[in-house]
Design a protein around this ligand. Structure first.
Ligand SMILES: [Zn+2]
Length: 276
C-alpha cells in the first residue's frame, strides 16, 4: 500500500484547490497572515515560539494581537488536520488539507514571505514579489529540473516549518541585492515593457530584466522550487504515516469539487500576493 495512486487519482482536484488559500484572503480576514512570517519583526527568541499555536494562544495574550504572520504555526495546524483526515479515510478532507498545506509550504520557501518588506515597498523595489514568484517561474519552469528525490518522513513538522522560513529569510539579502544590481546593469528605458497576460496588457518588467535578474539569482528560484516540491511530498507522506498508514483504496472517491470560494470582484483583506 502506498500513497502515490491516491494522489495521482486526485491530482486534478489538488491542483484546483492549491490556490484556494489565496482566494480565501478575499473573504476571510484571518487568512492573509497564514501565508507569511515577518522575521524582521519577530523580537522574541525563536525557541520560545517553537510551540504549537494553541499553547501560545492560551499563554500569551500578545499572540492574539500577533500581526507578523503565522506561517510556521499554520503549517503545523494544517498538518494536524491532514493527519486526522487520513485517519478518518476522509478523501475530501485529505485533498483539501493536502492542497492547503502544499500552498503554505510553497509560500514558506519564498524569501519574500519572510519579511515585512514583502514587495520591496521599503526599499523602493515595488513589484519584486511578482517578479520573483510569478514572472521568473512562469518563464523558466520549463527549463528547471523538478524531479526530486524520494519523500522522507519529517518527525517534527513545526521545527521543519521554522527551518524552512529561516532558510528563506537567509536568502532575502540576495533577493533584494540582485534586483538592485539588475536595475543598475540595464538601461532604465529597458526596465519595463507591455506584456500580455490572459486578456490583459500590463506594463511590467521586460524580458531582458527578468532574464538578467534570473541569471544573477543563480539558480535560487529553481532550488527553492525543488525544495518545496520535496517538502510537500514529505509532509503528505509523514501525515499518512502518523495516521497509521491507512489503506485509501477503501476511501470513497470524491465526485465534485465542493470548496468554491466567492472571491471574484472582492478586494483583498490582507497582503496582495496572488497573481492570476
Ligand atoms: Zn499564499
Amino acid at each position: 500500500m502506498d500513497l502515490i495512486p491516491f494522489y495521482k487519482n486526485n491530482l486534478h482536484y489538488i491542483r484546483e484547490m492549491a490556490v484556494n488559500a489565496d482566494k480565501r484572503v478575499y473573504i476571510d480576514t484571518a487568512e492573509s497572515k497564514r501565508h507569511y512570517l515577518d522575521l524582521d519583526k519577530v523580537e522574541l527568541p525563536q525557541d520560545s515560539l517553537m510551540v504549537p499555536w494553541y499553547k501560545l494562544e492560551k499563554k500569551q495574550s500578545l499572540m492574539r494581537k500577533w500581526s507578523f504572520g503565522i506561517i510556521p504555526w499554520q503549517i503545523d495546524i494544517t498538518y494536524r488536520k491532514l493527519v486526522k483526515a487520513f485517519y478518518n479515510h476522509d478523501s475530501e478532507k485529505i485533498i483539501k488539507h493536502s492542497a492547503d498545506i502544499g500552498h503554505y509550504l510553497a509560500d514558506a520557501h519564498v524569501p519574500l514571505h519572510s519579511s515585512s518588506n514583502y514587495n520591496g515597498q521599503f526599499t523602493n523595489q515595488m513589484g519584486i514579489h511578482a517578479l520573483w514568484e510569478t514572472r521568473i517561474p512562469e518563464k523558466y519552469i520549463p527549463t528547471y529540473n523538478l524531479f526530486v528525490g524520494k519523500a522522507a518522513y519529517i518527525p517534527d513538522v513545526l521545527a521543519f516549518a521554522w527551518k524552512t522560513i529561516n532558510k528563506s529569510h537567509n536568502l532575502l539579502d540576495s533577493v533584494f541585492k540582485m534586483e538592485m544590481q539588475t536595475r543598475q546593469d540595464i538601461p532604465a528605458i529597458q526596465h519595463k515593457t507591455y506584456i500580455v497576460r490572459g486578456n490583459q496588457t500590463l506594463h511590467n518588467y521586460s524580458e531582458t530584466y527578468v532574464d538578467h535578474y534570473h541569471n544573477l539569482l543563480d539558480g535560487m528560484v529553481e532550488n527553492r522550487l525543488r525544495m518545496s516540491i520535496q517538502a510537500i511530498g514529505s509532509i503528505w507522506l509523514s501525515a499518512w504515516i502518523d495516521a497509521g498508514q491507512p489503506d485509501l483504496t477503501k476511501s470513497k472517491p470524491i465526485s465534485v469539487l465542493q470548496d468554491t470560494i466567492p472571491y471574484k470582484g472582492k478586494t483583498s483583506l490582507g497582503r496582495e500576493e496572488w497573481h492570476e
